[in-house]
Design a protein around this ligand. Structure first.
Ligand SMILES: [Zn+2]
Length: 445
């Protein structure tokens, strides 16, 4: 089992509305037994807003389910003496269910308490039905998604048992596993990396398919983990199939089963929350299916094409390159004017004018006269550089050769003010397209 290092905290994306789906149909072949439920007053109370964002959809509305203040690790904890067992650290396990997507998660979880680097997953299941389930699942995915002769990457490959099955279909199998199981995977012929998987690896792996089974429920930030992969796929211009599997909590919830909650399983997925999380992270979900007597859920997805991300990348990169270039250009022009002995006034002393003055480093040594149309600013000083801001009347007794208008979207209004209201015939210039340009009748602003 590989556990990608996704501990980095990302702010909740409050601007993105959570994706809400119709409630999943009851699990197949299940009768939901009536149990004593809450009274009407409890159901009428609004869902509490909390400080704990849902790990699947980031909603902060959730209901408390259960809380234990001292739970030991049970998936990666196996003490070797009674004394050690009794002195294991007790961890807070506060289980909540998201009001928006139905995800069940722990609100007080610390990934650092779990020794993934040194320990193996101790949940043991070598039963014949579990093995047959794996055999059948591999056959189904190979058949339905043409997984033959492909490059398949498993994130959290454990000892490589699942990849070993896929390798029999002429697939080149690559596994990531930071724990001690990586060596055992390598011994099965898997190209195994003893490390956490990062989305950036997708640039050189040339993966046709990604597999991630019984890993995502352990992650402190599963949505970030998936988004990292979706964004990397867009950057690398690839669209691998993503096959995922986690335990399914719906049946345990129906049966009021409490011992499905394990500290290491910070996420307990419903079909809806599993789908919601993938869609929110940037995937098109092709299939969601309850399996193994409804105790697990599988999902198949592809990264959603992201033309906006590619356009944003192009624009951001272009803009970044332009910043230094235009600072150089504008300063060169102003220095040339200074050397030529030209007197210059800047028009606009606060807001975008002040921003431009500071960004281009136009201090009072370079340009000392700053004018503003707004008389309320007269007597104030340019933030950061300190030129005194003056009214246009200042130019009647302190004539200048050139006026540089700092804000191009107001340039025509300012031009009319300069010409028609104040009657100045000074040459006008404007900051436009990375440089200082003459403001003439034909200038496209
Ligand atoms: Zn949620």
């Amino acid at each position: 089992m590989t556990l990608p290092d996704t501990d980095a905290q990302h702010p909740a994306k409050a601007d993105q509305a959570p994706v809400v789906h119709e409630p999943a149909a009851p699990l197949p072949n299940r009768e939901i037994r009536a149990t004593a439920g809450p009274d009407l007053a409890e159901l009428m109370a609004p869902p509490p807003r909390t400080d704990d964002a849902c790990l699947a959809c980031k909603s902060v509305y959730n209901y408390p389910i259960a809380r234990w203040d001292k739970m030991p690790l049970s998936v990666l904890g196996l003490p070797r003496s009674e004394r050690e067992a009794r002195h294991m650290r007790g961890l807070v396990m506060d289980v909540r269910q998201c009001a928006t997507c139905s995800h069940v998660f722990h609100s007080d979880f610390n990934y650092d308490h779990i020794p993934y680097r040194t320990g193996s997953n101790l949940v043991y299941n070598d039963g014949s039905s579990w093995r047959k389930y794996h055999d059948d699942l591999v056959e189904e995915w190979v058949r339905d998604y043409d997984l033959v002769g492909k490059r398949v990457v498993e994130i959290g490959c454990g000892e490589g048992l699942f990849l070993e099955r896929l390798a029999k279909h002429d697939n080149h199998c690559i596994g990531f596993e930071p724990g001690p199981d990586a060596e055992r995977a390598a011994a099965r012929g898997i190209e195994a990396y003893p490390e956490y998987f990062q989305g950036s690896r997708l640039f050189d792996l040339h993966a046709d398919a990604l597999i991630c089974r019984h890993v995502i429920e352990h992650l402190a930030n599963p949505l970030d983990f998936l988004e990292d992969i979706a964004i990397a796929c867009c950057e690398a211009d690839i669209s691998p199939l993503f096959f995922a599997e986690v335990p399914l909590i719906e049946k345990a919830m129906e049966q009021n089963r409490i011992n499905d909650f394990l500290y290491e399983h910070v996420s307990n997925f419903t079909r809806n929350s599993f789908r919601t999380m993938f869609e929110r992270a940037g995937f098109d979900v092709l299939d969601v299916r309850a399996r193994f007597d409804d105790e697990v859920v599988t999902l198949v997805a592809r990264p959603t094409p992201k033309p906006l991300q590619r356009a944003v990348r192009l624009k951001a990169t272009t803009f970044q390159k332009s910043v230094q270039r235009q600072i150089q250009r504008v300063r060169t022009t102003l220095l040339a004017w200074q050397e030529a002995g030209l007197k210059v006034a800047l028009w606009g002393g606060t807001g975008k004018g002040a921003a431009l003055i500071n960004m281009f480093g136009i201090d009072s040594n370079l340009v000392s006269t700053v004018i503003d149309s707004d008389p309320r600013k007269s007597g104030g000083f340019v933030p950061g550089t300190g030129q005194e801001i003056r009214t246009p009347d200042h130019l009647r007794v302190n004539q200048v050769d050139r006026i540089l208008i700092c804000t191009n979207w107001r340039a025509r209004d300012i031009e009319r003010e300069i010409r028609d209201v104040h009657g100045f015939d000074t040459d006008l210039y404007v900051y436009l397209e990375e440089s200082i340009q003459v403001l003439g009748p034909e200038t496209q602003l």
